[in-house]
Design a protein around this ligand. Structure first.
Ligand code: HAM
Length: 427
């Protein structure tokens, strides 16, 4: 019997984990240096957390959630996204008492039972931020700016930011009425899914990629024309803030951008990348001013984004490669040399990897192998340097260093040994 991973859920293998860790490190540095703090919520939540926030009629809730009953019959769901759990945790732990505005971030797996294809999986990972506690347009500006900075720090180019505003609850309701009227009149030209969407979740029609639906959407009423003065003003301040960054943030207004989650109000955005193909949304987010109160918390605003890490990796392509640590191999001959090798390995790791940076990996042979076999292992591991410790070296208190590229071999006094290795590793 051979087991396989569950469809749409992949292993992240050792050849890729370095790039993943690099992305995580850059994220932590960029976000924590800007005052964000990490939050880790459970993978499982009460199903109601998602139904209430994402919306009963959305694709995620109706078709994509992994929901099951536990032994006591409680409905639980594997989190399909991070915003609702963070808001639940914010209220449950009264984070508003700690500071008026919370800057939170998370990195972790999410689960949606969608049809797997390139850039779409059933377990995927997100990097997300949520700023909770303010309705200021400064916050929308910060969220988009931070997303742009992060993508830049990862080395991503050519990302396109699309921006729209959905307005407040009243604006959304007014617009939905107008849109429904229009879509009912055009019903014949819509695909089967969109026909159903008209009454259940009319705004989702604007997201359909079906050709005949696109023709209908082209002439549909635009939400921007339904915004109240306050929401229009808020939106124009956000855009002005982004423009004030002097072209650093390149955004396009897209008045059909609606997002697939119901909690949004006000400015929303999506980042696409030409390298991604069909599933081209790399990151998305926006403001959600009603959610905290709806979850029983204070009446306060919030906004955030999430980046899909798998899609980010695809978009980065070659650029996700990172500076790999150098490999140093210690070959030992005899028991005495082996124990000395162990001590040496620990000393070298400390010296070469000072300030928590992984510059060098020190490998030791674990078997009682011949020098020839150990040199073969060193080659297989792509070692830059092999250190040889045998009876002669022990006696003379010298250590032999072999440069694996040039083949040059030198004998060094133990006292000068670490300095020489540092130089050869390029530190
Ligand atoms: P979302 O648009 O549902 O928003 O997901 C954000 C990103 O997650 C997408 O742009 C995409 O890169 C990635 N993603 C989503 N589904 C999949 C999938 N099946 N496979 C691979 N990647 C996927 C949210 O989740 C919101 N919580 C974002 C947010 C945070 N809004 C405010 N704060």
């Amino acid at each position: 019997m051979r087991y396989k991973s569950i469809r749409g859920m992949s292993d992240i293998l050792p050849r890729d984990t370095g790039a993943w860790r690099r992305i995580e490190q850059i994220t932590r540095l960029e976000l924590e240096s800007s005052g964000y703090k990490e939050i880790r919520t459970p993978i499982l939540e009460d199903t109601a957390v998602f139904k209430r926030s994402i919306g009963e009629t959305t694709d995620i809730v109706t078709k994509e959630m992994y929901t099951f009953s536990d032994r006591k019959g409680r409905a639980l769901t594997l989190r399909p996204e991070g915003t609702a759990p963070v808001v639940r945790a914010y209220i449950e732990n009264a984070l508003n008492k700690i500071s008026p505005v919370s800057l939170l971030y998370y990195i972790g797996p999410m689960f949606r039972s969608e049809r797997p294809q390139k850039g779409r999986s059933r377990q995927f990972h997100q990097i997300g931020i949520e700023i909770i506690g303010s309705r200021s347009p400064q916050v929308d500006g910060e969220v988009i700016y931070r997303l742009n900075r992060l993508l830049g720090a990862f080395g991503l180019t050519n990302a396109v930011i699309k921006l729209n505003s959905l307005g407040c609850r009243q604006d959304k309701a007014g617009f939905t009425d107008k849109l429904k009227k229009y879509l009912r009149a055009e019903k014949k030209r819509l695909c089967e899914d969109c026909k159903k969407r008209i009454e259940k979740n009319a705004m989702r029609v604007l997201d359909c990629k079906n050709e005949s639906c696109l023709l209908v959407i082209k002439n549909a009423p635009k939400i921007i024309d339904s915004l109240c003065d306050k929401c229009l003003h808020h939106f124009s301040l956000v855009k002005a803030m982004l423009r004030a960054r002097g072209g650093e943030i390149d955004f396009q207004e897209d008045h059909n951008l609606v997002r697939g989650l119901d909690y949004y109000t006000g400015p929303v955005f999506e980042v696409t990348h030409p390298g991604l193909g069909g599933q081209d949304a790399l990151a998305a987010g926006g403001r959600y001013d009603n959610l905290v109160k709806e979850f029983g918390g204070p009446d306060t605003g919030a906004a955030g984004f999430a980046i899909g890490i798998e899609r980010l990796m695809l978009a980065l392509g070659e650029k996700k490669e990172f500076k790999k640590p150098k490999i140093l191999y210690i070959a030992t001959l005899g028991d005495e040399a082996r124990s000395k090798g162990l001590l040496l390995a620990e000393r070298l790791k400390q010296v070469l990897n000072a300030s928590q940076t992984l510059n060098c990996v020190v490998l030791l042979n674990m078997e009682n192998a011949s020098l020839k076999a150990q040199m073969r292992s060193a080659n297989r591991e792509n070692a830059k340097i092999t250190v040889i410790l045998g009876a002669d070296e022990i006696k003379s208190e010298k250590i032999t260093i072999k440069d694996m590229e040039s083949g040059e071999q030198v004998s060094i006094e133990e006292n000068f040994f670490s300095g020489e290795i540092k130089k050869r590793i390029g530190l």
